[in-house]
Design a protein around this ligand. Structure first.
Ligand code: ADP
Ligand code: MG
Length: 696
C-alpha cells in the first residue's frame, strides 16, 4: 500500500472510473486530496431538536418520519411548484416545503426516516421549514450519520452525503497511520499544534467541539504556512542577488523636490527616506507603496526616478491606461520646464500602444541607446522590442490593474533593478504584510493639507432630478462634473440606461446650455485622449463617462460626481471613482444613485457615505466580499485557501509567516534532511518552486 500522496482515489472501495472523474473535476486525485476535502459545515446530531420545541427564525436539525407528501402549483405564479411534506417525531408534526424543486418528491417516501436541517419560519400561524436540506437515515452506518457531530460535504457528482461520509471514513481508517506530517517538529512544538492525523480525523468526524477547533487551527496554520513559504523564499532569495547601489543624494532629486509648487507631506518625506535607504543599499528594492487616492504617490515615485537618473540609470514608469500615461507625461514634462529647473538635463519619453510604428521604432532605439532617461508608458513597455541600456528603476502604478506575471516582466529588462509598486487600494497593514510577503511596505497615510472632505450622498432613483440640479449649480460656478455609468449602451436586460444614451439626452435636456463630453472604453485611444484634453482645458463642463475614469485621472477643477446605478460597482471601485474629485481645496460632493435593495448594495452605499478613508473602505470591502474576491482570483493564491480565513485568523497567519521566514533564513534551499517533508509538501503545492530552490 502506497502513501496517501501517491495513491489514486480510484483504489478506494466505492470509487469507479465515473466517480473518479467527478472527483478529478473537483481537484481530488489522490487519497491525500480526499483527506483534505473538507466539510462545508457540520450538524450536531448528538441531540436532535424536538418539533414541539422549535422557535421562529432559529436553525435546527431534527429527525422525523415522513407522513405524507403532496405537490401543488402556485396560484399566484404560473409554473411555480410547491412540494410539501408533513413529518413527525415523538413530540409533534411539522410541515416542510420546497419551492420549485418538483424532483424532491421522488426522494420523500411516507414512512421513511429523515434528518432535516433548516430554519423554522412562521407561515400564517404555523411554523414550517422552507427548503430544508435532508437525508435519509437507514439502520446501517448509524454511527457515521447520527448521534454525533456530522460533517456535511460539498458534493461531487454521483455522491450523497452518506456515501461521502462512508468513503472518507474508509480512507481515514486505512491511511491515517501512513500520513506524514510535513510541518517540522519544532514548528509544531512552538505553536502548540495538533498532529496531522488527529487533525484530519477531527476535521471530518469531530469528537467534540474542542477537538474540532484544534483541528481547524492546525489545518489553517498549515495552509497559511504553505502560502507564506513561497513568499519567504522569494523574499530571501531575491535579497541575496546583487542589485544597484544608487547615488541617492544629488542635485537632480533635490531640484525636483524644491521645485514643486507645494511642500511634501510628512508621509511623503518618510516614504522618500525609506526609498532612499533601499536604493542606496546593494540589494534590489522590492517596495510596495500604499496610499489612498489623491495622497500624492506620483511625486514620491518621481523623486525615486530622479535618484536613478542622476546616477546615470534609466527609469521606467508603467501605468494601466493610456490616458494615465499621457497625464503623467504631460505633468512631469511641464514641471521640469518650470523656471530654475533642470531643463534639458533629463529626457522623457512616452510609449503607448497607440503610437504609430515609426514613433515606436524611434523610441525603441532611443531607449536602447540610453538617450531616454525616463520612459512612461502602458503595458506596451513589456513588448520584447523594448530594451534598455541601463535600467535602474521600475515603477508600477495602480498595480492591481496588472497581473502578477505582467508585474514581474518589466524588471527582467534590467540587471536586478530596484522596483517600486504603487497601489491606491490600501489594505490593513497586517494583512498587507502577509499577503505581499515578499515586498517591503510603505504607507502614505495622510492627504495633502487643505483638502476639504468630499461630501457623499445616497439618493434613490426618484431623486435623480435633484442630483442633476445640484450638478448644474456646480457648473454655474465654473466647476466641472462627472456623471458615471456602468455601461456604454442602454441595457434592456438590466433595465439600465447607458452613458451614450444619457449623453444624447442630457445634452438636449437638463444640461442644454453646457458643454458635454462622452468618454468610454470603446472609443479609440486618440479620441479618448482628445476628450480628456478638452475636459482638462475646460472646453467640456460635464463629462459623461464609464469606468475608464477609474484610475489616476487628476483634474482638480472637477468638484462633482454623480454615479448612476451605483449598486453595480464594488466598494473599492466606487472609492476610486470618487477619488477623481476632491483633488484641490475646493469643496466637492458625490451622489450615488441607486435603488437596489440587496443587503450587499445597501452595505456598500452606507460605507461610502460614512467613510472617506481608503483603508477603512478596503476593510469594509474585504468584510463584504471576502478575501478571495477582494484580491482577485489570479493574484495571490488566496483563493487556494480552503479553510483558513485571513480575516478571522490573523494571529495564525502572522505566526505562520514568522515560522516560514525563520525556516528559510536558516535553510534557504530547504536542503536539510529535517526539511525534506516540508520541501516535498511545498513542491506538491507549487511545483514551480523547484527551480527557485535549486538555483536561487
Ligand atoms: P495619487 O496618490 O492618487 O496617485 P497624485 O500623485 O495624483 O495622487 O496626487 C494628487 C494631487 O495632489 C496631484 O494634483 C498632486 O500634484 C497633488 N499633490 C501631491 N502631493 C502634494 C502635497 N504635498 N501638497 C499639495 N498637493 C500635492
Ligand atoms: Mg496615482
Amino acid at each position: 500500500m502506497g502513501t496517501p500522496q501517491d495513491t489514486s482515489v480510484q483504489y478506494l472501495k466505492g470509487i469507479g472510473p465515473k466517480r473518479a472523474k467527478a472527483f478529478a473535476k473537483a481537484g481530488v486525485n489522490t487519497v491525500e486530496d480526499l483527506l483534505y476535502y473538507f466539510p462545508r459545515r457540520y450538524e450536531d446530531r448528538s441531540n436532535f431538536a424536538q418539533i414541539s420545541q422549535l422557535k421562529e427564525k432559529e436553525v435546527y436539525t431534527i429527525k422525523a418520519e415522513v407522513l405524507s407528501v403532496k405537490e401543488r402549483r402556485s396560484f399566484r405564479r404560473r409554473g411555480f411548484s410547491i412540494t410539501e411534506a408533513l413529518v413527525k417525531d415523538a413530540s409533534g408534526i411539522l410541515s416542510c416545503v420546497w419551492f420549485n424543486q418538483p424532483y424532491i418528491k421522488e426522494y420523500l417516501k411516507p414512512g421513511e426516516s429523515l434528518v432535516l436541517y433548516g430554519k423554522a419560519e412562521l407561515y400564517g400561524a404555523k411554523l414550517q421549514m422552507t427548503n430544508p436540506e435532508f437525508e435519509e437515515t437507514g439502520p446501517e452506518d448509524e454511527s457515521l450519520n447520527v448521534g454525533r457531530i456530522v460533517p456535511v460535504y460539498p458534493l461531487a457528482a454521483g455522491f450523497s452525503q452518506r456515501s461521502m461520509r462512508q468513503l472518507i471514513k474508509g480512507a481515514l481508517d486505512k491511511y491515517l497511520s501512513k500520513i506524514q506530517d510535513c510541518l517540522p517538529f519544532d514548528i509544531r512544538g512552538r505553536n502548540n499544534i495538533l498532529n496531522l492525523a488527529q487533525s484530519l480525523l477531527n476535521i471530518h468526524f469531530p469528537e467534540s467541539e474542542e477537538a474540532h477547533k484544534q483541528a481547524y487551527e492546525r489545518l489553517s496554520f498549515e495552509e497559511f504556512f504553505f502560502f507564506q513559504l513561497p513568499l519567504a523564499l522569494r523574499k530571501l532569495n531575491k535579497r541575496e542577488k546583487e542589485g544597484i547601489v544608487h547615488k541617492v543624494e544629488g542635485e537632480l532629486v533635490e531640484d525636483y523636490i524644491s521645485g514643486l509648487p507645494f511642500k511634501l507631506t510628512n508621509s511623503q518625506n518618510t516614504v522618500i527616506k525609506e526609498i532612499k535607504a533601499d536604493m542606496s543599499a546593494p540589494a534590489a528594492m522590492q517596495r510596495l507603496l500604499q496610499g489612498d487616492v489623491g495622497s500624492g504617490k506620483t511625486v514620491v515615485a518621481m523623486a525615486a526616478a530622479m535618484i536613478a537618473i542622476q546616477g546615470g540609470y534609466q527609469a521606467a514608469f508603467m501605468v494601466p491606461t493610456e490616458i494615465l500615461a499621457k497625464q503623467h507625461y504631460e505633468k512631469i514634462k511641464n514641471q521640469r520646464s518650470l523656471p530654475g529647473r533642470q531643463a534639458g538635463k533629463i529626457k522623457i519619453g512616452l510609449l503607448t500602444g497607440s503610437a504609430d510604428n515609426k514613433e515606436k521604432q524611434k523610441l525603441y532605439k532611443e531607449i536602447k541607446e540610453g538617450k531616454i532617461d525616463l520612459i512612461i508608458g502602458t503595458h506596451a513597455l513589456l513588448d520584447e522590442a523594448v530594451q534598455f541600456k541601463k535600467l535602474g528603476l521600475v515603477i508600477i502604478d495602480e498595480q492591481h490593474k496588472f497581473g502578477v506575471g505582467q508585474r514581474a516582466l518589466l524588471p527582467k529588462k534590467g540587471a536586478n533593478p530596484d522596483v517600486l509598486i504603487m497601489t491606491a487600494t490600501p489594505i490593513p497593514r497586517t494583512l498587507a504584510i502577509t499577503i505581499y510577503g515578499d515586498l517591503d511596505i510603505s504607507v502614505i497615510n495622510e492627504l495633502p493639507p487643505g483638502r476639504i472632505p468630499i461630501k457623499t450622498m445616497h439618493f434613490a432613483e426618484n431623486r435623480r432630478k435633484e442630483a442633476f440640479r445640484l450638478a448644474r449649480e456646480e457648473l454655474e460656478y465654473g466647476r466641472q462634473a462627472y456623471i458615471i455609468y456602468p455601461v456604454i449602451e442602454e441595457s434592456y436586460a438590466l433595465d439600465m440606461s447607458g452613458a451614450k444614451k444619457m449623453y444624447e439626452e442630457l445634452k438636449e435636456g437638463e444640461f442644454k446650455e453646457f458643454k458635454l463630453g462622452l468618454i468610454h472604453g470603446r472609443l479609440k485611444e486618440p479620441a479618448q485622449d482628445k476628450v480628456m484634453q478638452d475636459f482638462k482645458n475646460k472646453k467640456i463642463d460635464l463629462l459623461i463617462a464609464t469606468t475608464v475614469l477609474e484610475v489616476g485621472i487628476d483634474i482638480p477643477n472637477a468638484t462633482c460626481m454623480i454615479i448612476e446605478h451605483a449598486y453595480r460597482f464594488g466598494l473599492s471601485q466606487l472609492h476610486q471613482l470618487r477619488g477623481r474629485i476632491g483633488r484641490s481645496n475646493l469643496a466637492s460632493f458625490c451622489i450615488l444613485i441607486s435603488s437596489a435593495k440587496t443587503p450587499d448594495a445597501g452595505a456598500r452605499m452606507e460605507a461610502m457615505v460614512k467613510y472617506a478613508d481608503g483603508f477603512r473602505i478596503a476593510e469594509e470591502d474585504l468584510k463584504i466580499r471576502g478575501p478571495g474576491e477582494f484580491f482577485g482570483r489570479r493574484q495571490h493564491g488566496l483563493s487556494e485557501l480552503k479553510i483558513a480565513n485571513p480575516l478571522t485568523q490573523m494571529h495564525l497567519l502572522k505566526k505562520a509567516r514568522e515560522e516560514a521566514l525563520g525556516l528559510v533564513k536558516q535553510d534557504p534551499r530547504l536542503a536539510e534532511r529535517a526539511h525534506a517533508l516540508v520541501k516535498a509538501g511545498l513542491l506538491r503545492r507549487f511545483p514551480e518552486y523547484e527551480k527557485l530552490i535549486m538555483v536561487g
